[in-house]
Design a protein around this ligand. Structure first.
Ligand code: LFR
Length: 502
């Protein structure tokens, strides 16, 4: 990109990036949006005894390294913004210090918490107030577990910040809670965007540390002199993007229009998780939505992300780690190639099964799942790789039917964005299993969504529709047409039964 650029810090649950985005002359005339990766780094939770934490200081160090690289490279940086995964948070005490390390949502302190929570406040009431899918990782249940355990960090806390907000505070000294990520907490009313304080009282969770949510596009303030000294970026403002990575990714879906009443497209934001859903003008907090366990997360410009969390490429990633533990260092491309050659439907696994949330070893967990569901022990690693991808495609198929039912519409196109859009086998499986056309890309949707929200905030762009036209013109997408759809019918039936039983 040409100066001035916007810097998107995009933190996912397995890696982080600092990406510069801005305009540049296209090869055949006209201006295009261009991004350039300045820095990429790993992000893994760290275990201490039984607890699982994020290495926040290492992330902060890497963010500063990325910003320094950008300051050296570009004459002018117009703004910076951070997006991250959802649900996790940091707490700040009265002396403006962090109260302690930040827990990872896979920390086991919320195991079994849902039943305990429903004894306190009925499930239907929680759904009615928050419109969110029930997952033990949600902030509400993390805070409930912390309250029950008497965690001292809660007593000391004066401010609550979601992950993006935490880094914005490190950059500017300003404390804020951005609304799209606040919407993942299960503590916010999706209609009014107010905190559900009665609900929090019901759980005995303190809430004086919550502030009014901020809209994406807001200018928070300039980065602090201490940060300028380290990075060389001077007088650069933080312009808040949709700090929830999924909300940023949805902004970058190269679709026509914005938040239609009756959508004919849906998205899958494909990474460690797969978030599959529709962008709608308003939440749908209905009994059917609760029954199907869909979530009404907040999107930009007051839109709703009606979606479902699906286990995602986590299982695939963790099989790779388990292989490494066994002394085999396999690369992604090799795993995909072996999966493509493996026999279809040898093993069915449900990526959303609780056994796969955080097992010590994914291969052991899959073998145990096969035994428990009366399936053959997987014979080769290729069977495992293929099962991880087929399981996702089968979940997508079930989820698509639910989405059509919920939105009373016919979905013709599935947009796959995020890193997983580069897995061509998975894209084709998705087209086949769902019997729909798939448009794959952009792979860096989250960072692109982050950049365009900063461009909206600084007046470079005027609307999401305009941003999407620009994204479509700037980043090539790949189409996958369904073929062999019917061979998925029988496995889908077996899969749904297995998912219901286990
Ligand atoms: C995706 C994501 C999901 C959220 C999960 C946990 O990266 O943000 O949307 O449910 O991570 O935070």
């Amino acid at each position: 990109p040409q100066s001035p650029v916007h810097l998107a810090v995009d933190l996912g649950a397995s890696s982080g990036r600092v990406i510069a985005g801005g305009m540049a002359d296209g090869p055949s005339g006209g201006q295009k949006l261009v991004i350039r990766e300045m820095h990429r780094f790993a992000n893994h939770p760290v275990r201490v005894h039984d607890s699982l934490y994020w290495n926040v200081l290492s992330l902060w160090q890497n963010i500063q390294d990325g910003l320094t690289g950008a300051a050296n490279e570009f004459d002018q940086v117009r703004s910076v913004g951070v997006d991250t995964w959802g649900v996790d948070f940091g707490l700040i005490d009265r002396n403006d210090q962090m109260t302690g390390p930040v827990r990872c949502y896979r920390d086991p302190r919320t195991n079994g918490i849902l039943d305990k929570a429903f004894d306190r406040v009925p499930r239907e009431q929680i759904f009615q107030e928050t419109g969110l899918q029930f997952m033990q990782i949600n902030t509400l249940f993390q805070l409930f577990a912390a309250t029950e355990a008497g965690e001292t960090s809660l007593e000391a806390a004066r401010s609550f910040l979601m992950m993006g907000d935490l880094f914005h505070w490190m950059l500017t000294g300003e404390k804020s809670i951005e609304v799209t990520n606040a919407s993942t907490t299960q503590m916010l009313d999706p209609r009014t965007k107010k905190w559900c304080v009665d609900l929090l009282d019901g759980f005995g969770i303190p809430h004086s540390f919550l502030c009014e949510p901020t809209e994406p596009g807001t200018t928070l303030g300039n980065i602090l002199p201490s940060v300028s000294n380290i990075t060389g970026l001077v007088d650069v403002p933080v312009v808040v993007p949709a700090t929830h990575d999924t909300a940023s990714a949805v902004v970058a879906v190269p679709a026509d229009g914005f938040a239609p009443q009756r959508p004919d497209w849906c998205y899958i934001s494909s990474g460690t998780w797969s978030l599959m859903g529709c962008e709608l003008p308003a939440p749908k907090v209905t009994p059917l939505c609760g029954e199907l366990n869909f979530t009404n997360e907040g999107g930009v410009r007051n839109s709703t992300r009606l979606l479902k969390n699906i286990g995602g490429l986590w299982v695939f990633q963790q099989i790779r780690q388990a292989m490494a533990r066994r002394g085999h260092d396999v690369q992604w491309a090799e795993m995909a190639a072996q999966a493509a050659d493996a026999k279809p439907f040898e093993l069915l696994i449900d990526p959303d099964h609780g056994d796969f949330l955080a097992p010590p070893d994914m291969i052991d967990a899959i073998e145990a799942f096969a035994a428990k569901t009366g399936q053959k022990k997987p014979e080769s690693p290729a069977t495992l790789y293929r099962a991880a991808l087929e399981g996702l495609a089968l979940r997508y198929r079930a989820c698509l039917a639910m989405l059509e039912q919920l939105t009373d519409s016919e979905i013709k196109t599935i947009h796959i964005v995020g890193g997983g859009s580069q897995n061509e086998l998975l894209c084709q499986m998705t087209a086949d299993a769902c019997n729909r056309g798939v448009v794959a890309g952009p792979a860096e949707a989250t960072a692109i969504g982050n950049v365009v929200m900063q461009m909206l905030g600084t007046g470079q762009l005027n609307s999401i529709e305009e941003a999407r036209v620009l994204i479509r013109d700037s980043f090539a997408a790949k189409r996958f047409e369904p073929s062999d759809a019917s061979i998925w019918d029988a496995p889908a039936e077996r899969f749904n039964q297995l998912a219901a039983e286990s």
